[in-house]
Structure formats: C-alpha cells, structure tokens
Design a protein around this ligand. Structure first.
Ligand SMILES: NS(=O)(=O)c1ccc(O)c(NC(=O)NCCc2ccccn2)c1
Ligand SMILES: [Zn+2]
Length: 260
C-alpha cells in the first residue's frame, strides 16, 4: 500500500472538480470487494496496426500518440463492448513523484502513472468528435504503470519526448504497436460507465481498467516529467506533472469484474 492516502494528493490538475448534474464522472476508486463478477464479460479483442501510427504531440495536458482512425485498421472489440471501436490515440497521466499519478485507484492504492488507450464506436458514429458526445461513444482501456524494470517497447516513445517538450510541439511517429503496452493478461479487468477525465468531461466512456499493471523504469518515468505544460514562447516553464483529475463519486454505479 502506498504511503500517501488520497486526501494528501496534490492534484495541480486545475480541471473542473465535478460536472454539475454529472452522476457518471471519472476517475473513481475501484473497491475490489464491491465489484460484481459478470460471467457475460468476454476477453478483450484488440487488433492494432502499427502502420496507422501517425504522430506524437504535447497538447499542454499530456502527450498523445495519435493513430489514423479513418479506416477500421486498429480496433477494439469484445470485453463489455457490443460494437467495434477504433483506436484514435493513447496518452498517460502521472505524478511529480512515484507515490502518486494514476487517475483510477484500486482499494485506494495509487500508481505512479496510468495509460489510457482511447477508442470510439465506429459501428454507430463516423467521427471521434461525434462519438465523444454519445452515451456509448467511447471505450478507454486504462493500464496502471508501476516502477520496476525498463519497458523495452516504451523506450521508442520515451526517446521521442525531448522533441515535444513544449505545449503544441508535434513530431512524426510511425510504426509503434500499442499492444506492447498492454499487460500479459488482458482477460482480467474491471469495467464501469464513466466520463472523460478532462474537459469536456462528457459521460460517454465505457472504462476498461486492467487488473494487471505494466512495469516501466524510474528513468523512463522521469522523462515523462521532463515535459512542460507551457509553450516555448511562455516565460515561466511549468513541468508537466500531476496531470490527473481528482476522484469522483460513484453515485450508485456498479463496477463489474471479468474475473472472480
Ligand atoms: N483522459 S481520458 O478520459 O482518457 C480522455 C480521452 C479522450 C479525450 O479526448 C480526452 N479529453 C480531451 O482530449 N480534451 C481536449 C484537450 C484537453 C482539454 C482540457 C484539458 C485536457 N485536455 C480525455
Ligand atoms: Zn486520460
């Protein structure tokens, strides 16, 4: 268990704390003993084409690796999902130190970082921008990061970060297979209906939180923290850290698990 309890967290993330009238906001704490096993939940089916990887950029809140989602080349199916979802981007949230940084927690346990693989429902909508406003528009896979051995697959991405230090910088980034960032076991996950954790905070997300974490090295995480919230023109440079949202009320929602 971590030395820090939630109340001590110092989220510098200034996003709105809650959406008026929002009763399915994210992130949340997953209380394991309160999650409900659902035998109908299927294994995740991911089919990612590394050639659809296009660019990596700093949007002033995180860094995003963006994929070409104009065709059905990188998809997510199965799990709790009825439809086929297209990968559009992945990004991370992390802390100023290894004691905190994740958005979701498990029995209040904080992780130093959390990966989000963002997909939109291409059976029902034709653009991400449409799907993000709809009830079952998005599916986001959350993977916890723990500090340990170096993640070989992540290193290619870490090496690209110095080139996008400032908000607004973009560099070409090709042939990155996001499947290398998934844990070995993707059959065990929790799932619940929630929202984006940043503005516009729309309640359109089927969250799929992996039970198994991935390991990255201390040095790899340190490079995340070398990014800046600020653009090259701005005077005061601010380190991009603690870009997570505070936890939101469950409001009676049930978190289902795919495992007992
Ligand atoms: N963090 S999350 O819930 O996975 C997620 C997934 C897809 C998204 O488009 C967003 N939000 C998003 O892109 N917002 C526009 C850029 C922005 C605006 C304000 C704060 C942070 N980011 C969040
Ligand atoms: Zn996110």
């Amino acid at each position: 268990s971590s030395k820090y309890v939630l109340s001590q967290m110092h989220p510098m993330w200034q996003g709105p704390l809650a959406v008026p009238g929002g009763d399915r906001q994210s992130p949340i704490d997953i209380t394991v003993r309160k999650s409900v096993f659902d035998s109908e939940l299927k294994p995740l089916v991911t089919n990612y084409d590394p050639n659809t990887c296009q660019q990596i950029w700093n949007n002033g809140y995180s860094f995003l690796v963006e994929y070409d989602d104009t065709t059905d080349k990188s998809t997510l199916k199965g799990g709790p999902l009825k439809d086929s979802f297209r990968l559009c981007q992945f990004h991370f949230h992390w802390g100023e130190c290894n004691a905190w940084g994740s958005e979701h927690t498990v029995d209040r346990r904080l992780y130093p970082a959390e990966l989000h693989l963002v997909h939109w429902n291409s059976d029902k909508y034709s653009l991400f921008e449409e799907a993000v406003m709809e009830d079952n528009g998005l599916a986001v896979i959350g993977v916890f990061l723990k500090v340990g051995k170096r993640h070989e697959g992540l290193q290619k991405l870490v090496d690209a970060l110095p080139a996008i230090r400032h908000k607004g910088s973009v560099v070409e980034f090709n042939r990155f297979d996001p499947a290398c960032l998934l844990p070995i076991n993707t059959d065990d996950y929790w799932t619940y209906h929630g929202s984006l954790t940043t503005p516009p905070l729309t309640e359109s997300v089927s969250w799929i939180i992996m039970k198994q974490h991935i390991e990255v090295s201390h040095d790899q995480l340190a490079v995340f923290r070398s990014l800046l919230f600020t653009s090259a023109e701005e005077e005061a440079q601010k380190s991009m850290v603690n870009n997570f949202r505070v936890q939101q009320a469950l409001c009676g929602r049930t978190v289902r698990s795919s495992f007992t």
